[in-house]
Design a protein around this ligand. Structure first.
Ligand code: 5GP
Ligand code: ZN
Length: 124
């Protein structure tokens, strides 16, 4: 596998929901994509704009992606930005829940692109 220490990390994972969406085996409302990343609408939106951006290759979380293929993480960020320009006013929040205790439920890295309304922020 070019540029990787192990091929296993990047193979489509049969039981992974987002690998299945990327492969077209599970339907999704696709918004945008490139040869490396795909954006589709969250099935349970938390804001007028709520899109998930995923790499086509399987990586479990954002830290794994950053360690193994930082350029691919940059592609995720770039597509998130592009979607927010197109679908909202350009202001957005990009969230990577990491770990079950933080609310990660799908272990194929995905950036939540949230926008289209005023987003509150509380440190409490
Ligand atoms: P997490 O909780 O892992 O950060 O985010 C997973 C997200 O995937 C959730 O916001 C959830 O609503 C969304 N989701 C779960 N199942 C599906 C699905 O089958 N299709 C789509 N489009 N989104 C899904
Ligand atoms: Zn996957």
């Amino acid at each position: 596998y070019p540029g990787g220490m192990s091929s296993a990390e990047n193979l489509a994972v049969p039981d992974c929901l987002f690998c299945r969406i990327v492969a077209g085996q599970v339907p999704a409302d696709l918004v945008a994509g490139t040869d490396r990343v795909v954006a589709f609408r969250d099935i349970n939106p938390q804001a007028p704009l709520h899109v998930l951006v995923v790499p086509r290759d399987h990586h479990a979380d954002v830290a794994q992606l950053a360690a193994v293929d930082p350029g691919l993480l940059a592609d995720v960020v770039a597509l998130a930005h592009e979607v927010a320009q197109t679908e909202a006013d350009g202001a957005y929040r990009l969230v990577f829940n990491t770990g079950a205790e933080a609310g990660q439920s799908v272990f194929h890295v995905h950036g939540h692109v949230i926008g289209g309304r005023r987003l509150g922020w509380s440190p409490a």
